[in-house]
Design a protein around this ligand. Structure first.
Ligand SMILES: [Zn+2]
Length: 204
C-alpha cells in the first residue's frame, strides 16, 4: 500500500490504558511522537497499533496523535501544511472582503456626488432605538438600513426649505451632535431612501 502524506492513521489500543496518563493526554488533546516502528506507536498513555487496513508509518517522521472517538495520527508535516493553507485562505478572504468594501465605498461616493445637493450634507440613518437593539448586525446598524440625506447646512431652494439637521425627505430632525463635517464616516454609505432621492432629483 502506498502512503499518502495527508493520510489519517487509525489505531487501536494494545493492552491497557494508564488512567493517570489518560487524563493528562485528554488535557493536551494531541501529542507529537517520532515514528520508530512501522505499525506501532508507544505513548505513555497506551501502546497503539495500526488497524490492519492502514498503511505503514514512515519511520523517522513525526506523528501527531489525537484522541477523538479513537486514536488517530497525522504526519506533523501534513498538519503544518494544512494550518498554513488555512492561514493563507483566511488572509485571501480578508483581502477580498477589504477590496469589496473599498469598491462599495467608491461606488457610494460616486453615487452620492452625482446627487449634486447644493449644500453640505451627510448620508445618515433615522435612529429607531428598539430596532437598532433587536436587529443589529454587530456594527449597530441593521443590514437593510436605509440611508437618508441629512443636511449639515440650511437649504432654501424655492419651495423646498430645510434646516440644518433635517432630512431631505422630511423635516424630522436627526441628531447632529455626533456628526463632524470633517469626519465623513458615513459618507461612503450610498443614499437609499427613495423619498430623499426623489427630492434630490430637482438638483440634477
Ligand atoms: Zn430620506
Amino acid at each position: 500500500m502506498t502512503t499518502n502524506k495527508d493520510h489519517i492513521y487509525r489505531f487501536r489500543i494494545k493492552g491497557s490504558i494508564s488512567p493517570m496518563e489518560f487524563n493528562s493526554f485528554l488535557q493536551k488533546r494531541t501529542t507529537d511522537v517520532i515514528i520508530e516502528q512501522a505499525r506501532e506507536v508507544d505513548l505513555p498513555v497506551a501502546n497503539l497499533v495500526l488497524l490492519d487496513n492502514q498503511p505503514d508509518l514512515p519511520l523517522g517522521d513525526t506523528l501527531v496523535i489525537t484522541l477523538g472517538s479513537h486514536f488517530t495520527g497525522e504526519l506533523k508535516s501534513s498538519v503544518l501544511k494544512r494550518e498554513e493553507e488555512y492561514k493563507i485562505a483566511q488572509e485571501l478572504e480578508r483581502e477580498q472582503l477589504r477590496l469589496r468594501r473599498e469598491e462599495e465605498a467608491a461606488e457610494a461616493l460616486r453615487f452620492n456626488e452625482s446627487l449634486s445637493i447644493p449644500v453640505l450634507w451627510t448620508p445618515d440613518i433615522k435612529i429607531v432605538m428598539s430596532g437598532l437593539q433587536l436587529h443589529s448586525n454587530g456594527s449597530g446598524f441593521k443590514k437593510n438600513t436605509v440611508y437618508h440625506v441629512k443636511l449639515l447646512e440650511d437649504l432654501n431652494d424655492g419651495r423646498l426649505k430645510r434646516q440644518r439637521g433635517e432630512f431631505l425627505c422630511s423635516k424630522e430632525k436627526g441628531a447632529l451632535d455626533y456628526i463632524n463635517v470633517d469626519d465623513n464616516h458615513l459618507i461612503e454609505k450610498k443614499v437609499t431612501c427613495k423619498a430623499c432621492l426623489k427630492v434630490a432629483l430637482r438638483f440634477k
